[in-house]
Ligand binder design. Structure first.
Ligand SMILES: [Zn+2]
Length: 276
């Protein structure tokens, strides 16, 4: 298994340090993160986002030469091993549970459930997985104890937009998500996104692979779980598909213009934070 401290990363870190040397001691870093999971879990049992949306996102990242962090579920790793291996060549993969189940809904052996979801990712991409994001941003003190015990180096499940998150102080490094991803898709979203990101010391943004697909088109599929469609809120489908991709590209462009450099959360934990 490739270790996180391997030569490639150390070399990358040195390059970053050289690029932002003493004359520029305050570089601006930002992180784009994407959740790889079934479409709008648990409304759709499909993974059109993985098959149709993700390649479009990857093309966009390649266009701007951006590295980012993908939080994948264990079942996605099992269904799309080649895709994940390909992603891991350039980006970071992190853990997003096994079946996108929330911690409180897991039955017994919660620790081994999370451990197995990490292990399947590690086996798939042959790299150490050090990050976790809780499905639906649902966290608890118990979950953090488990993550710390399993040796996760960071978590990115807390947000600035859920009041119950504001008082939580996890025992491992935390990367709070700035805004709900769907916010970008509403009329004033991009402008508000930029304003908030500019005042953050390290903006972390979270999106989903299925946002790059027109999610409403999935409603016509015979496999839709009608028991869940009442939870299909506008923020899940407004401006998804090409609308989302256009806004994401303009957000990336604005951040680059404002002087931000995109890094993975792993690089931030291992290389950048300690280089200051
Ligand atoms: Zn998710």
């Amino acid at each position: 298994m490739r270790n996180i401290e391997d030569k490639t990363l150390v070399k990358q870190a040195n390059l970053i340090r050289i690029s932002y040397g003493a004359e520029d001691d305050c570089p601006l870093f930002a992180a784009l993160t994407f959740d790889l999971e079934k479409d709008c879990c648990p409304i759709f049992p499909t993974a059109i986002g993985m098959e149709v949306g993700l390649p479009k996102i990857i093309r966009l990242l390649e266009k701007y030469k951006i590295e980012c962090t993908f939080f994948a579920t264990g079942e996605i790793a099992e269904s799309y091993p080649k895709t994940l291996k390909e992603i891991a060549k350039k980006h970071e993969l992190a853990c997003h549970s096994y079946f996108h189940e929330t911690f409180d809904k897991m039955t017994a052996q919660k620790t081994s459930r999370i451990e197995e979801s990490r292990n399947v990712l590690q086996r798939t991409v042959n790299q150490e997985i050090i990050g976790f994001r809780a499905p639906k941003f649902l966290v608890s003190g118990e979950l953090y104890q488990v993550l710390a015990r399993l040796g996760f180096r960071y978590d990115s499940s807390l947000t600035w937009f859920k009041p119950q998150h504001l008082r939580m102080t996890p025992p491992i490094q935390e990367f709070r998500v700035q805004l709900p991803s769907a916010f970008l898709n509403f009329p004033l979203g991009p402008r508000v996104f930029m304003k908030i990101l500019k005042v953050s010391s390290f903006p972390v943004m979270c999106f989903h692979c299925w946002e790059a697909v027109d999610v409403r088109s999935l409603l016509t599929m015979p496999t839709v779980n009608s028991a869940y469609t009442r939870y299909f809120r506008p923020d899940m489908w407004v401006n998804t598909g090409d609308g989302f991709l256009g806004r994401l590209e303009s957000l990336i462009g604005s951040l680059l213009k404002a002087g931000f450099h995109f890094v993975t959360l792993r690089d931030y934990v291992i290389n950048l934070r300690t280089s200051k």
